[in-house]
Design a binder for this molecule. Structure first.
Ligand code: C2E
Ligand code: CA
Ligand code: CA
Length: 728
């Protein structure tokens, strides 16, 4: 669990780092591109400035050349001057030439006369060439710049003017910046517009218009800084925010007047490139993040799957054996004042339940058992399904008896899909010591559990050390039982059954004995164990075959033989085929064989149905130990029984007062056409009583103990003309 949290934490950290580094990467890229753009813009601005300077220089040179020619050639007339202009200006792109006289009258080469008297002062200012600001042509209203120089002509100071359409500068801008997406201006130190690429005729002063559009606060002194730099003709760059969009301002001083070149580029034009890079980066980041998420999800999913496989029981969703051991050990190792107990529990005959009702109902039963355990024991517990129907509980409590009783009572009746099922829970409990090992605790609780299997008088069993020797003994038996079967150590003893009215031996019960190294072990010592470990299935068949062999050998057709068959066989009807095969092998008249079935509390194998099947195959059925189990007389009506064996415990009571019950059983059996056999008859008195109430067949030490094959043969022979009463 902790590992899983750690893993998820790691993945979150990795994701966080990826997102963080992507963000840093993007910021870095943005910064890089901004820097690069600014650098590029600066370079472009410089180049454009040079272009414009060159052009102006060339224009100035043209004007100088014209003036020199006028002066050197002693030109007198305006017509000659215009001629010179025509020759010199072919390569340049002036629109016209003008000659201004001192009174301001200006004559152009294309025959226009314009009055510039208001500007005499400006034009006559110096002998140096002046380049005027942009102005409207008085001739054709075009935006023009005038290159002017004063010369002496015929004793008069005249101004030679070359008129250039401002567009000539603007043409130099075209396509220079980001496919024309940027704006380019020539401005004066004060921001007045000389030329602009966008033909913004209304914009006379760039600062004035910027102040209108710019949120001053957002640009915090940048405009002022720019203005100062432009004023000083210092090259520079600024990023200004206009209407929430960034604009790159790049400017360079021009080598003329107080002119500067200013390039304004909207960021989104530049951002196109940035966005391309960002998009690719973003896609890469998203792909990496997705990959990490998918890989993490996969790792987590397979981790959960591996964890579940290793620790979770798929049916009940409780922990499994591994979980119980690992977590259980931790609980046992932890310090605590409360007593810690391990409970191992299951229900009797779960295998039969499964076979009878199907695995789906079987699984529902397990789930319901888990649910019930969870509701009964709320705190300080761990509940796991260890295997089959075996659950392990580790609990801290100071009243284990109460817990055990509650578990027993609660699991005794379980409802699945509105059907109520009666079960017999088996609980083994072990009180853990300090530093107890969980495996040892499970083993000891299991020993206690095994002690109550098949014991319907106890609800639970708490382990004590003496149980260990019994279990040890059982283990020893289990180690040798297969070998014993192979070595034919199991022998059949026969106990005669006598018809007391005719004083004749009519039948015999086959009883197993284990001849272990010459010592006879009685079935009480090993049958319960063999029923627990299901070795009884093999042993019963073995005894049945031995008896069939003996019947064939003895050829006593007037004698019937009863053979005990454990209920462990009754999960399915498969056993019957094996019994039939053996009977066929020895060509036994099946009427001679009676199968003794013990009635006892157990979950509902459909006993009546099994009996019917047995009977249909021709075997007789004897209900053994009648009266000790849970069946009632009423049940007899529904059961196909040939013989009823009244248990020894009733016979033992003969001579006491309350013995009417035997009489009652016998009468009832008679009505149902069932023969009765009295078991464990030991006294003359019992014989007399049974005779009086009409029970004719008896089995017991009074006539004979179970005898081995030879003894029995001898007994039959000696008593063929009437049984001798022996007494004990
Ligand atoms: P059970 O079927 O009730 O057998 C009768 C038991 O009572 C036998 O004990 C028999 O020796 C004993 N008994 C008979 N008459 C008297 C009497 O007058 N006084 C006393 N005190 N006892 C008497 P056993 O042979 O020790 O068998 C014990 C049980 O073991 C049997 O009880 C039967 O349930 C089981 N068993 C014996 N053989 C087999 C077998 O081959 N297969 C299976 N599944 N169970 C067997
Ligand atoms: Ca019996
Ligand atoms: Ca019996």
């Amino acid at each position: 669990m902790k590992k899983r949290i750690l893993l998820i934490l790691c993945i979150i950290i990795i994701l966080f780092l990826i997102i963080l580094s992507s963000a840093f990467y993007l910021i870095y890229i943005q910064k890089l591109i901004t820097e690069n753009t600014t650098k590029n813009l600066a370079e472009l601005t410089k180049q454009d400035a040079i272009k414009i300077e060159n052009k102006i220089e060339e224009d100035i040179k043209t004007l100088n050349n014209i003036c020199d020619e006028i002066l050197n050639n002693n030109i007198k007339t305006e017509a000659e001057i215009f001629n010179i202009y025509d020759r010199n200006s072919s390569k340049s792109n002036f629109t016209r030439m003008g000659i201004m006289h001192e009174n301001g009258e200006t004559i152009t080469n294309d025959g226009e006369i314009v009055d510039l008297s208001e500007e005499i002062e400006y034009f006559l200012r110096s002998e140096d060439i002046q380049v005027s600001r942009s102005r409207k042509s008085k001739i054709d209203s075009q935006e023009i710049n005038i290159y002017s120089k004063c010369i002496e002509l015929n004793g008069e100071t005249v101004v030679i003017m070359l008129i250039l359409e401002t567009e000539a500068y603007e043409r130099l801008f075209v396509n220079s910046i980001y496919s024309g997406s940027g704006f380019e201006y020539i401005i004066t130190a004060k921001g007045e517009m000389i030329a602009n690429s966008a033909n913004q005729e209304n914009t006379k002063n760039i600062y004035a218009s910027l102040k209108k559009d710019i949120d001053v606060k957002m640009n915090q002194g940048k405009i002022e800084e720019m203005q100062t730099e432009i004023n000083n003709k210092t090259n520079g760059q600024k990023i200004l925010k206009i209407y929430n969009h960034n604009y790159y301002f790049s400017y360079a001083g021009l080598d003329i007047n107080d002119w500067n070149l200013l390039i304004i580029t909207p960021e989104n034009v530049i951002a196109e490139e940035l966005q391309k890079v960002l998009k690719i980066s973003l896609i890469i980041a998203i792909v990496i993040i997705l990959a990490v998420i998918i890989i993490s999800a996969y790792i987590i999913a397979s981790n959960i799957k591996i964890y579940n496989l290793a620790y979770i029981d798929p049916i009940t969703k409780l922990g499994n054996y591994n979980y119980f051991c690992e977590q259980g050990q931790k609980i046992l190792d932890s310090a605590s004042n409360a007593n810690k107990y391990v409970i191992i529990l299951d229900v009797e005959k779960f295998r039969s339940f499964n076979k009878h009702y199907g695995h789906s109902v079987g699984n529902s039963l397990l789930i319901e058992m888990g649910n019930k355990l969870n509701t009964i024991i709320k705190n300080k517990k761990m509940i796991c399904r260890l295997s089959n129907d075996i659950f392990g509980v580790l609990i801290k409590t100071n009243n284990i008896e109460e817990v055990a009783e509650t578990i027993f009572d609660s699991l005794s009746k379980i409802k699945i899909k509105n059907e109520q099922y009666s079960l017999y829970p088996v609980l083994g409990i072990y009180k853990c010591r300090n530093n107890e090992q969980i495996l040892e605790a499970i083993d000891k609780a299991s020993i206690a559990h095994d002690m109550v299997v098949g014991d319907y008088n106890k609800k639970y069993c708490i382990f004590d050390e003496s149980m260990e020797s019994k279990i040890l003994e059982e283990h020893q038996i289990e180690e040798v039982m297969y070998e014993a079967l192979e070595n034919e150590e199991f022998e059949v003893y026969y106990q005669p059954k006598i018809d007391i009215s005719e004083e004749k031996i009519v039948s015999a019960e086959a009883l197993v004995r284990w001849n272990r190294n010459g010592k006879m072990i009685s079935p009480g010592k090993f049958i319960p164990l063999f029923e627990k470990n299901r070795f009884i299935l093999k042993l019963d068949l073995y005894i049945f075959e031995k008896v069939c062999k003996d019947i064939k050998e003895w050829k006593k057709e007037n004698l019937s033989f009863s053979i005990n068959i454990s209920k462990e066989h009754f999960d399915t009807l498969d056993f019957l085929k094996q019994y039939e095969d053996i009977a066929n092998k020895y060509q036994i008249n099946r009427k001679q064989i009676e199968l003794e079935i013990t009635e006892s509390a157990s979950i509902d194998v459909d006993l009546a149905n099994i009996m019917k099947e047995i009977r249909e195959k021709g075997f007789s059925i004897s209900l053994d130990d009648f009266g000790t189990g849970y069946s009632s007389l009423n049940m007899l009506q529904d059961m196909p029984i040939d013989v009823l064996k009244i248990d020894k415990s009733f016979i033992d009571k003969i001579g006491n007062d309350k013995i009417d019950i035997i009489k009652y059983i016998i009468n009832m059996a008679k009505d149902l056409n069932i023969k009765t056999v009295a078991e464990g008859v030991e006294t003359e008195n019992q014989i007399q009583y049974l005779k009086n109430i009409g029970c004719n067949i008896v089995q017991g030490y009074y006539y004979s103990k179970p005898l081995n094959k030879l003894e029995f043969k001898k007994y039959v022979k000696e008593n063929q003309n009437g049984v001798k009463k022996r007494g004990l």
